[in-house]
Design a protein around this ligand. Sequence first.
Ligand code: CTP
Length: 418
Amino acid sequence: MTSGTDTATTASPSGARSRVVLGVGGGIAAYKACEVLRRLAESGHDVTVVPTSAALEFVGAPTWSALSGKPVSSSVWDAVHEVPHVRIGQEADLVVVAPTTADLLAKAAHGIADDLLTNTLLTARCPVVLVPAMHTEMWEHPATVANVATLRARGVLVVEPAVGRLTGKDSGKGRLPEPAEIVELARDVLARGGGPADLAGRHVLVSAGGTREYLDPVRYLGNRSSGLQGWALARAALARGARVTVVAANVALPDPAGADVVRVETTAQLREAVLAAAPQADAVVMAAAPADFRPAEVATAKIKKADDGSAPTVHLVQNPDVLAELSSSRVRPDAVVVGFAAETGDERGGVLDHARAKLARKGCDLLVVNDVSGGAVFGSPDNEAVILGADGRSVPVARGSKARVAHAIWDEVLRTER
Ligand code: CTP
């Protein structure tokens, strides 16, 4: 997978005091935007809320004003001397609209400016993230589909809605993603400071988390993988415009905003889900920690303690190596395959010696190497890595957030020819 774009830019560590406009459309999910606002404000951003008049039917201006610490209006006719219909958009570092209704998508696609939010969308020159929420029928209507395509072609990041409970008794695609994940995506876009959506039009597959291998219905063998690096990879790819599928093994985090998430438990389930999604993917990043071994037999009932105090013997068998299988089968010869290696040095060689050997053994294109001698990487918000390429390249990634490491990985994926 190669790109003509200069991909040297990686995320800056923080978007502190960045000016964010939070647009709020008139959908029931407007109440969730209060949580988006609170999280943005608490993480140090200067947030101006611009609700539509329909949004104010759901959540009143005092709520937005109290949470943002600023006056709130939906009209171009308030504080006219400050020319808010132009100024708010011009001064913004990021505009996020959550929820974006079908009506707002239509207005934005056609340049209609009949209130403060739609004027702001026309004057903003910063990145714009639209987070739609609506009934499935409205999302799938050809008019909405065309509007979304127009906006994406113009470089607007239109987030895929989540699948789940909608208003009333309905459920389906159209739900607002979790506020915490909307904020993570917004922070990622801000940190890139308007960097190119260089993964637009690409579909990437990321595996995350650690698998569980059951001994009986209540006990399992597991590992310490939190899924944080996999989530950071998914968010970073979404912020760069990719379509993202995540195969998540036991990750206790809400779905990244805009990703298709397949939840699995065991290595066998992870293998099945990854192999099913891989033919559609331009890149596969195996950030998960699948267990190398599983019990030869899974007891159907809970294993009881023996009266004589003896402990049961557990026989293990080896699990299939999903990364090696992906690398050797090459269902998509042009897809870039990336593995992770958690290594420690020993008397037979250093971390990078073992990693080079693993890269050759697994047959992948890139290997992200973590030195886990101190056990520090698990569950930590930070990471430090070396990215090795099958072409001989070795790219050190200095200690930083997992988001930063994720962007460095996507940079290398884009530089990889297949
Ligand atoms: N991996 C996999 N399937 C497995 C085990 C691991 O796809 N059954 C992938 C992981 O997602 C990771 C890479 O392989 O991308 C490296 O895993 P690791 O456990 O470090 O490699 P091993 O082959 O198990 O090597 P070691 O003998 O060092 O444990």
